[in-house]
Design a protein around this ligand. Structure first.
Ligand SMILES: *Cc1c(COP(=O)(O)O)cnc(C)c1O
Length: 389
């Protein structure tokens, strides 16, 4: 191999090892997932469903599912048939609930592979009943979120038909469930209104002759703040990934993902230097600019511009100017940064790095959005579970 006298072209040594072939890496600590799930399981007598939709919130659905099941989760939750079947194909035989379906969905594959079907409409109920097996369904009530689920005026007909189809052996109504709009705002008046509406929905289901084995309502926030809403099953997404679902409250969760990259270009510039597209940022004084090869396609939302920082050389330093698709510029000030220096975009916060929750605040969004925004070209690396529990 031909070697280039790179030292002649740069002030910095070139023998720094690359972090990996990938320009950015999401390190996933499966021990943290196990810790978080067992922490939640220890707080409830209900069963725990690990919600692994959207590829396990970007962490990898299959490894997260395995870690969660080993730590006490007994159910897995996904939104699509594709996601459910990925888990089955990986050999995972735990109960799975899948709850979003397109209008023409055929549930044969799900029912054949013992995946429970979330049912929000009469059409879905009929399709589940004709899937060629005794489909196990969870009837979803819209108790006030106005998203999925059957609303009050549709509920009576849904449970009546469900009772009829159950009597015929075409379905088994395993659960009645709903979802809360503002569980992350403890005390929000909508929570108790939804709880009351859920009680009405369950009452109507029983009056129709249904005897669901399970009732479930709680997401992560409700699981950690409203033990009275645990019912038979807590559906936890965010908490399993180690992000506190109610900002400002601490339950000892450990963030599972650390997004790291490295410095790929360094330059010293004078005051008055415009940086990145449209020169939104102009340096106030002489500065060292460090380029990192991660941008909004990798999970650094452009909406965090002018607020976001990263950990570089052990210090928090601001991202300056536009966050581009593939890269952004860090003002390293007077720090002696070098090519190849590691940069932590977000992590557990233990070493002073920002957390995904901080990025969410900078971008005006929720932490779910940050975690699931980590793009597909970011390599996932798994820290083994055992070493960390
Ligand atoms: C995503 C989702 C959850 C998990 O929510 P978190 O707030 O991440 O715990 C639970 N239930 C339903 C219906 C969901 O869509």
């Amino acid at each position: 191999m031909r070697t280039f006298p790179l030292k002649a072209f740069t002030r910095v040594p070139v023998d720094c090892p690359a972090v990996t072939d990938s320009l950015a890496v999401a390190q996933v600590d499966l021990g943290a997932v196990a810790h978080n799930v067992s922490l939640v399981a220890a707080r409830t007598r209900a069963q725990v469903m690990a919600v692994v939709k959207a590829d396990g919130f970007g962490h990898g659905a299959v490894p997260v599912a395995r870690a969660a099941l080993s730590a006490g989760a007994t159910w897995l939750g996904v939104t699509s048939a594709t996601e459910a079947l990925e888990l089955r194909d990986a050999g995972i035989d735990a109960p799975i609930l899948s709850w979003l379906h397109h209008a023409g969905a055929d549930f044969t594959a799900l029912v054949g592979r013992h995946v429970d079907v979330g049912v929000s409409t009469l059409a879905q109920l009929y399709r589940a009943a004709s899937a060629g097996g005794r489909a196990r369904v969870h009837l979803k009530a819209d108790t006030g979120m106005s998203r999925n689920g059957a609303c009050a005026q549709e509920w009576g007909e849904l449970v009546a038909w469900a009772a009829k189809l159950e009597a015929e052996g075409a379905v088994e109504v395993h659960a009645v469930w709903s979802h809360l709009a503002a569980a992350d705002v403890p005390g929000d008046a909508s929570i108790d209104r939804q709880v009351a509406a859920f009680g009405d929905a369950v009452g109507a289901a029983r009056a129709a002759g249904l005897r669901p084995a399970m009732l479930h309502l709680a997401n992560s926030a409700a699981t950690l703040t409203r033990p009275d809403l645990h019912l038979d099953l807590c559906r936890i997404g965010l908490a399993g990934y180690g992000i506190e679902p109610v900002p400002g409250r601490e339950h000892g969760l450990r963030p599972a993902m650390t997004l790291v990259t490295s410095v790929v270009n360094v330059k010293r510039v004078p005051a008055g230097t415009g940086v990145s597209y449209h020169h939104d940022h102009v340096t106030a004084g002489p500065a060292t600019l460090a380029l990192i090869p991660a941008g909004y396609a990798d999970g650094l939302p452009s909406a965090a511009q002018d607020r976001a920082s990263v950990l570089i050389g052990g210090r928090l330093r601001p991202i300056v100017g536009r966050i581009s698709m593939d890269q952004c510029v860090v003002d390293a000030g007077e720090l002696p940064v070098r090519l190849g220096d590691p940069v932590v975009v977000f992590g557990s916060g233990e070493h002073g790095e920002p957390t995904a929750a901080q990025w969410a605040a900078w971008a005006g969004t929720c932490p779910h959005d940050i975690l699931t925004g980590v793009g597909p070209r970011v390599a996932r690396q798994y820290l083994p579970e055992k070493a960390n529990v």
